[in-house]
Structures are given as structure tokens and as C-alpha cells.
Design a binder for this molecule. Sequence first.
Ligand code: ADP
Ligand code: MG
Length: 637
Amino acid sequence: MAHIQCLSSHVADLIAAGEVVERPASVVKELLENAIDAGASAIVVELEHGGLTYLRVTDNGCGIAPDELPTAFLRHATSKLRCAEDLSAIGTLGFRGEALAAIAAVSRVDIFTRQTGADSGAVLHLEGGVAGEVTETGCPEGTTICVRDLFYNTPARMKFMKKDSAEGAAVGGIVQHLALSHPHISFKLLRDGAEVLHTPGDGKLLSAIYAAMGRDFAMGLLPINGSGGEVTARGFITKPLHGHGTRGRQVFFVNGRFVKSQLLTAALEEAYRNRLLKGKFPGCVVHIDLPPDAVDVNVHPAKTVVKFVSDKAVFDALYYTVRDALDAENKPAAPAPRQESFYQSMTVQQYKEAAAAKDEGKKPLGSYTTRPIAPVSVVEKSALQGEVRDVMPQHAAAPITPAKPIVPFTPAAEEVPAAPAPKAEEPMQQAVSLPAQPAEEVQQTIEEKAAPWRMVGEVLRTYIICEDDSGNLWLIDKHAAHERLRFDALKADPAPLMSQMLLTPLTVSLAAEEYGAVLEHLDTLRRFGFECEDFGGGTVLVRQVPADIRTGDAASTLEELAQKLLLGRIDPEGVRDELLHTMACKSAIKAGMITDKTELAALVEKVQSGEIAYCPHGRPVAVKLTKYEIEKMFKRA
Ligand code: ADP
Ligand code: MG
């Protein structure tokens, strides 16, 4: 075996560099954090080729003394941490004292710096970590660090780099997050000479959001500010009507640090429960603040994970703050009345008139069907409840819930006093597809569907009602059924999807990560019918969209595909199916849409033949009510 030796400092630097400097975005993050720590009020970031060939950060902070300049580039050189005890009270952002050393080890660096009030500044050039001489120079107060040819001496790392556009988008994400957590600092980002972001630094979070996330997003927001115990939650959340197709616009900070947290996502979305359209997600820019000892920040500085001492305290603080804000917003416009309370609040005379109108087949006042057609929404669900209650004893209304796949269905009976609304699809579950259903269950359906079915009609513009020869009643979810059909067809055909050219190209503005994913996968998207190009600043230009998707759905479809492409980094195998799911879902007939009888009949036939039983996400396509079960509800059996 070879002898044990100490690594040379150069090799040690390269190893450390690998940890700190992963890609241009991590360089930018370190340099920006240093500039923020230096008290800058304005910071400019410039990059070329996604930051791989050229990256420059200029700040107007305190600057570095010329004689300390070489020291700043030594490993473990920091002005922010002097003893082990300091570790527990890290106020500044960067603290490991290795960023500059790590960056310099894998690139060519020029640094210009002049301390506030100093007559002149200093400049230093480093190449692969080797420093030249510090020389005096004239330069503005503050610090400019220019990083060229990143990874020029570590070709292995270079291979991992994505396309310039994707690296540039990742840098955009970092700048965006820091701009949102430091609204009192003006951030400017220039990519290949073009300005893609510029925040005013006026101290207002909303101004920073407007500049960093776009006008459309900023216009659909509600402020929140609340606390529970030692935890405060403040910032902005989307109004329920402004839901987004993905979670890409949920931005959380904990004590000023950008984090990704399932707990915070869950608290936010739970507060929106039943307020957003199906498939829509709230966006937000929320700052959670809590005492430093209530949160573990001593994780790797490049990571965005966070651990709370009390998950519940944090969840509650955010959940109730958001819920209260949403409730308050709802107050001026009365919430949609539920059918029974509508009747309860009527005078006898009004009731009679309404009942008479109903008898004549007219819609009574306050009928839900006059609302705009929407995908199965809360409104329709409560209408279903209301309708059922009108004709059924209360306890019998519950079983309509298609909680289980096609299995003989058991009324929940007496112990359920009121009908729970059909279970809304859990937003959290949408990202993960459910496991395929066991084959026996599908088999069971096929056997039971030997006799021809009679289509009775469609209710709630969603469910097809059928009757089979053995006295069973079937409810078919037309969207789920069609989605399955589309999915199978798309999956069987490896050819690229047909696309349609748009008369005027569509601009779609995306969250930073999704933007990166789209630019990285332009070819894949082309196979799915989307012809996109980079428009800069988080926006893509879409020239062609899949032929069987409504143009109005194109933007949300693209957003969803981008989200799935991001997930595909974790599971590249499953990504094609996931993308097909999206395409199938978006091109399928929707709940709430008017559908031709012949189309419905075609779906019934497919369900009956056993060709489809579950939608691609594993939800049932049809539920069965046996004659016996119906009789039991009416106390006949
Ligand atoms: P750390 O930030 O963990 O201290 P770095 O390697 O990032 O370690 O920076 C080393 C030191 O260089 C900092 O502690 C700071 O004193 C100085 N420094 C770095 N960047 C700047 C800047 N933009 N303005 C002023 N001082 C800076
Ligand atoms: Mg630092």
C-alpha cells in the first residue's frame, strides 16, 4: 500500500472548492452574501455564458483593506467568526471563511476593492488559487470581484455543467431569492448584457416581489402578518383566484435564509383548502422569523433545508396567519351560500316560489348552475351535497363519495350524521403518482361488466350515469375516463405529438427553477408539441403548442411539464410517464365542460369493456352502486 501523505494545500483547496463551488450559481451566492455582509446597499451581478466564462459582482459595501486582501483568499480566513462559541450565534450569512479561497482555486479572479473613505483602492489577480501582487489602483468605494473561466483547471467538474441558459437561470434564482430577502438592497442582474432583474432597494417587500417575480404575480397578492408564540409569518400570498399551476412560486425564508420546506408548503396549502380550484397551487413570498435557538441553521451553507425545534409551532403560525388573511379577504363578498342555508334563510313565501320554479324545471334563485363553468370545484361539490340532501334522508347522502376504486360500495350509514363533501384531491398528492392498482380488482370489474350498459345521462357535467343488466348503477367520471384513454394512446405512440403554430407567440413567465428546466429540455418539450425559446428574465416564448391542447391551457401545461422535468432529475425513468400524464390530463375533456352524447357513449363503452378502470393517477374512473345498496339507503332492504 502507498504511504500516507498530507495533501498539498492546492489539492486540499480543490477538494474544498468542490464542496462550496458547485456551479456558477453557488459562486454568485457566496459573492452576494459577502457583499450583503459588507453592508452594501446596491449590488450588480453580470454574467456571460451562464457565468461559466465570466461573472462579476460589484458592491458598494465597506471594502477590504489592501494589506488584508491576500488573507481574504486564504482558506479559513474570515472576519466574521473568531471562536467556537460564535458558531451558535451566526448573524451574518457566510461564516465558513472558505468561499473566496474555494472560488479562486477553480478560476481566474480579479478583485478591485476600496474601503469607505480611503483615498485609493487595491487590485489583486489570482489564477488557480495562486495570488499575484496587490497593487494600488483607483476604483470606486466597495468591492468588485470578477471570476473568469470557472472550472478551467477541473475539467471533471466542467462536465457536470448544464447549458449556459440553465446555469444562467440558476443564477437568476439565487439573485431573486436574495433580492426578496433583502428588499432594502438594490439588486441588478445583467445576463449577456441584458438586464433581467432590477430591484429598487426601497425596503418594501412588495417592490422587490414586483421587480423579481413580475407584475402579474405581484398584482394577485394579499399581505399577511401574524404570529403564534415566538414565530412570526409575514409577507404576501396569492389571492385564491390567482392560483398557479405548480408550486414553483412558493418562496419561503426562515430568519432571512431561503429554504425549501414541506412543512411550510403544507401549512400554506392547508390554509387554502377548498378555496383554490382543483390543480391550482398558492404562491407566496413569506418570511418566517423565530428565535435563533428554535431553528437549526447549522447545516451546509449551500443547502436549503432547515430543522425546527417545534414543527407544530411553525405550522400553526403560518397556517392561522394565512387562513385569517384569506378569511378577511372573503368578508366583503359573502361566501357562496350552501344550498340548505339558502333555503333556511328564506321566508315561507320565497321558499314556495323557489320550489315552484324548481318544479317547472327552472332554476331557483341562488342556483349554483348559473356560476361560470369551472372544473369540479368546491362550488359544485357543495351543490352536489345540497341536491342529495333535498331528496335523501341526511344519513344516506354520504356514500356518493367515490372514496374507493370499483368495489361494491357500502353506505356509511347512520353513524355519519352529515354528508362529507366528496374528498377533494389532496394537492400534496398530485406531484406523486399513486401506485398502480392490484390486478385482481381490475379483473373483478371486467367480469362484472359483461352485460351492455344503458346510459341514463350526465349529472354535474362530470359524471355519466349508467345502468347495467344486473341491476347495478354506475357513475363514471368523464374526465378521469378520457384522461386514461388519452394516456394509453399517447404512451403507445412514440411519435412526437402534433403541434399547432400560434398566430402570435405566447410569452410564459416561469419560476426560476422551472425556467431553467424548460431551457435545459427544449428538445424534449418539442417532442411534446411545445416549440419554445428563451426570452430572458424568466420568460420563454412559445411559438407552437400541442395540437390537442386549448391555447388557454398552454401556459399552465408548460409550467406543469417544467415542474415534472425538475422532478425528473431525481427519477429520470419515471419522467416520460409523468409528462404523458400532464399531456393526457390537459387534452382530456374536463369536468364542467359540455360534452357531446356520442363522446360520452364512447367512454361508457371503454369503461364497460374493461379497457379503462383507473385514471393515470390511480383514481377510479367508475364507481358502482348495487341495487341492494340503493334499496338499503331507502330502507327497503
Ligand atoms: P466568510 O464570508 O465566511 O468570512 P469568505 O471567504 O467569503 O469567508 O470571505 C473572507 C473575508 O473576506 C470575509 O470575512 C470578509 O472580511 C472579506 N470579504 C469578502 N468579500 C467581501 C466584500 N464584498 N466586501 C468586503 N469584504 C469582503
Ligand atoms: Mg463569505
